[in-house]
Design a protein around this ligand. Structure first.
Ligand code: NAD
Ligand code: MG
Length: 371
């Protein structure tokens, strides 16, 4: 019986994680749950799972009794926890990732932002604390599954992207897309921030950076293709030219289950079985640079290294929040990130203080750009 903490249990990935755990009660026990703000859903989850710890981070009040950001650390380092599912959205997830790895836990990482912001520090925390980082992101889970049992040299990764709701739109129309249009993802149902990231393809840039740190590959060996059906999650090419892919209907429950059980597999009757006839034609196309400026900005930030990915991430979070609040049009998301990255002088990201300062600076600068 392994103990699991679910950070962000009220969100899309958090709820999918609990759906997986409901079918695996003989293997896992829910030890800790945390939520950002949805107190009533957290309470009903607490009644269902009877965890040792349930905490609400609350609306930015660190001094609230039983609440505040410390809740995430407490859950992530709880002694009865073996696996921390980090399903918090955004930079708020970083400290818990670091703390869990330092405490020697397995981190099933949905919160890709923590790896993007502070990839070197996250890997160092895992090395020092003996923790283990396992991706929940479907593309990175696909890579891990393709690599399992293969001794050969990893040559190249190709991550797939659905292309989001605007894949076939004229570029001018996308600039004025509404919040409702941006949230209408063709193949995945997700939280609002990652849905907007999928419409701009910022999500895929975050994933390229995530893959760089997880699999230790240089950026020129990580590629992205648009695959509107979201059936192939990633391709892995080995030194001999052989290519493996992992396929399945789009559901996060499979990569979540695999992150809990890797390197073994458990049967899970809840995952829809694959049917190639129902999947139909699988198509692949290049990323449209005219539509997805944010993607290129993010990959360039990854290549620049140091604090640049943290700045990209923070500017993106600030711009997406402003778009969701209807303070800026869709097209201003890329403009804002571009301006903030242009104004930034990249520093080494080998100390947490430098990462935090870059994050703080980028958010403030993004707000100035958008005012
Ligand atoms: P969501 O918005 O549905 O849920 C986010 C969760 O984090 C909620 O429980 C919320 O209460 C909590 N939270 C928000 N702000 C917080 C804060 N400041 N402190 C503590 N908790 C906070 O998001 P989601 O779609 O579940 O995505 C979560 C993470 O997983 C993101 O990093 C996303 O990129 C990643 N991810 C999501 C999917 C997906 O299919 N939804 C797929 C791959 C990766
Ligand atoms: Mg993904």
């Amino acid at each position: 019986m392994r103990g699991v903490a679910v950070l962000g249990s009220t969100g899309s990935i958090g709820r999918s994680t609990l759906a997986v755990l409901r079918r695996q009660r003989e293997h896992f026990r829910v030890v800790a749950l945390t939520a950002g703000s949805n107190a009533s859903l957290l309470e009903s989850q607490r009644l269902e799972w009877n965890p040792d710890f349930a905490g609400l981070v609350g609306p930015g009040d660190a001094s609230a009794p039983g609440g505040g950001p410390g809740v995430l650390i407490e859950a992530a380092t709880h002694p009865a926890v073996d696996i921390v599912v980090n399903a918090v959205v955004g930079a708020a997830g970083l400290d818990a990732t670091l703390a869990a790895l330092r405490a020697g836990k397995r981190v099933a990482l949905a919160n890709k932002e923590s790896l993007v912001m502070a990839g070197e520090l996250v890997l160092e925390a895992a090395r020092e604390g003996g923790g283990e980082l396992v991706p929940v992101d479907s593309e990175h889970s696909a890579v891990l599954q393709c690599l399992a049992g293969h001794g050969g040299q990893l040559e190249r990764l190709i991550l797939t992207a659905s292309g989001g709701p605007f894949r076939e739109w004229p570029a001018e129309r996308v600039q004025e897309a509404t919040v409702e249009e941006a949230l209408r993802h063709p193949t995945w149902s997700m939280g609002s921030k990652i849905s907007v990231d999928s419409a701009t393809l910022a999500n895929k840039a975050l994933e390229v950076i995530e893959a760089h740190f997880l699999y230790g590959l240089p950026y020129d060996r990580i590629e992205v293709v648009v695959h509107p059906q979201s059936i192939v999650h990633a391709f892995v090419e080995f030194g001999d030219g052989s290519v493996l892919a992992q396929l399945g209907f789009p559901t996060m429950e499979l990569p979540i289950l695999y992150a809990l059980t890797h390197p073994v597999r458990l049967p899970d009757s809840g995952v829809p079985r694959f049917d190639p006839i129902a999947a139909g034609s699988l198509t692949f196309e290049p990323v449209r640079a005219d539509l997805f400026r944010t993607f290129d900005l993010g990959v360039a930030a990854g290549r620049a290294g140091g604090t640049a990915p943290a700045v990209f991430n923070a500017a993106n979070e600030a711009a997406v929040a402003a778009f969701l609040d209807r303070r800026i049009p869709f097209g201003r998301i890329a403009d804002t990130i571009h301006a903030v990255l242009n104004a930034h002088t990249t520093q080494p990201a080998t100390a947490l203080a430098a990462v935090r300062e870059a994050d703080r600076w980028a958010r403030a600068r993004a707000l100035e750009e958008m005012s």
